[in-house]
Design a protein around this ligand. Structure first.
Ligand code: PHE
Length: 449
């Protein structure tokens, strides 16, 4: 009685949805934070290396696992490796996606606050300290909960409508719009005084700053940003049409995501240097700097409003994929109705998420050591669960699924010519797992914090 599974309607739809999952707050908020805290140029170079040698093979591997099995993250491993422990990898992925949804929705909620503030023209003529003060007041009020709840409801609403009607339709139009507005912002930021200082910080690598800490942060950021290492892309891969070229699809998604992150860096760092904001300002880097750039632009009010609306939508296409990963699992593995699964997963994420939000308040006691519950969830998922998940996925592809199946799926049963197929398999089987292990072990051995 298995129902015919939905597929994405078009090739562009797949790329838009997978890129929609990848592009989000990770690019515009988390990437500048991480790059700023980890030495700018030094971080960027490690990040780019990781994207090419680990990001592309992993994205491709997840698409292959998804499309070959045509199942959710757990079901995929059950189908491809029956009666083994491999489905646990999928299960850990489902847990990761649930945990990410919980804390991600906190920041996603902030984008709604920024839309509200843009609407009432709050930012107009404000200094950086006034904008920062506004953010602190907001964080200590009850508003973050309201926005977070609203955000999760919106996500659940779209997930309920299913793949093609919900996710694909929205992603196709909105992703390109975000791109255009980012380019406009970028150009403006580059004309600000002192902009070159910011560019130097972002692009000029100081190799002495490449530490094990920087490498693990870049690894975590790359996986987080691409949404790989936890099965979200396996779930999306399972909806990809049998005739699509998986290599071009995965490379396009990775390139789009990386381009957006770099554009965000080119926008934020010059502006931060121009306004005297430290590149280590963390969350404030994106949320407080950007309104300041808009303040200096003709038509700033409208641009600011549109930007935050698009940012909210970019976050929404990511939360949709996070919720979809859990929902697909319950629907297919436990025969729970889509509606019921969506509602319960959303409620669960909201409950955990409320604690994440609470932990960011001043003097919150949801802090262990000097890490808030929010940061614990962020670190646990990005720096531990996703790299380990990614490692296991590459091992699965290289050592369990084996070369013939990999090549068969990559070339669409021999009908599509893929020039570098042997090299890609070699990288996936040997280089990628080795690199991930080196970074994880390096971090544990040399830099225990
Ligand atoms: N990649 C998303 C972003 O950059 C976040 C995300 C992580 C989404 C993991 C799905 C899975 O914002």
């Amino acid at each position: 009685m298995e129902k015919q599974r939905e597929n994405f309607g078009s090739k562009f739809g797949v790329i838009a949805a997978a890129a929609g999952s990848a592009v989000g707050l990770g690019n515009i908020y988390r990437f500048p934070c991480e790059a700023g805290e980890n030495g700018g140029g030094a971080f960027l170079i490690v990040y780019l290396l990781i994207i090419v040698f680990l990001g592309i093979p992993l994205m491709l591997s997840e698409f292959i696992i998804g499309r070959r099995s045509h199942r959710n993250t757990v079901g995929a491993f059950k189908t491809l490796a029956p009666k083994t422990v491999w489905p646990i990898v999928g299960f850990v992925g489902v847990i990761s996606s649930f945990l990410i949804l919980a804390f991600y929705s906190t920041i996603a909620g902030w984008t709604l606050e920024c839309i509200y503030k843009s609407l009432i023209n709050f930012y107009h003529g404000k200094s950086i300290s006034e904008i920062e003060q506004g953010m602190t007041t907001f964080n200590n009020s009850f508003r973050p909960f309201i926005w977070q709840t609203l955000f999760i409801i919106l996500t659940a609403f779209i997930v309920l409508r299913g793949i093609e009607k919900g996710i694909e339709k929205y992603a196709k139009v909105l992703m390109p719009m975000l791109f255009v507005i980012l380019i406009i912002l970028c150009v403006k930021s580059l004309t600000l005084p002192n902009a070159t200082e910011g560019l130097k910080f972002f692009f000029k690598p100081d190799f002495s700053k490449i530490t094990p800490e920087v490498c693990i942060s870049a690894l975590g950021q790359a996986f987080f940003s691409l949404s790989v290492g936890m099965g979200v892309q396996i779930t999306y891969g399972s909806y990809i049409n049998k005739k699509d070229n998986l290599l071009t699809s995965s490379t396009s998604v990775v390139m789009t995501d990386t381009l957006v992150a770099i554009l965000a860096g080119i926008t934020i760092f010059p502006a931060a240097f121009a306004m005297g904001i430290s590149p280590k300002a963390g969350a404030g880097l994106a949320f407080n700097t950007l309104p300041l750039i808009f303040n200096q632009m003709a038509g700033g009010y409208i641009f600011c409003l549109i930007f935050f609306i698009l940012l909210a939508i970019a976050a929404l296409t990511s939360t949709i994929s996070l919720l979809e990963a859990s929902v697909a699992y319950f629907v297919e593995e436990h025969a729970i109705k889509r509606k019921k699964a969506t509602i319960w997963c959303a409620i669960g994420a909201l409950i955990v998420g409320l604690f994440a939000t609470l932990s960011l308040k001043d003097n919150s006691n949801l802090v262990i050591g000097n890490m808030s519950f929010f940061n614990i969830l962020d670190n646990l998922t990005a720096n531990i669960l996703m790299p380990v998940g990614g490692l296991l996925i590459t091992i699965f592809i290289g050592w369990r699924l084996k070369k013939t199946a990999f090549i068969d799926e990559l070339t669409n049963q021999g009908t599509t010519k893929i020039a570098l197929k042997n090299i890609i398999f070699f990288i996936t089987k040997y280089i990628a797992p080795l690199a991930i292990v080196t970074i994880i072990v390096g971090r544990l051995v040399f830099n225990i914090k």
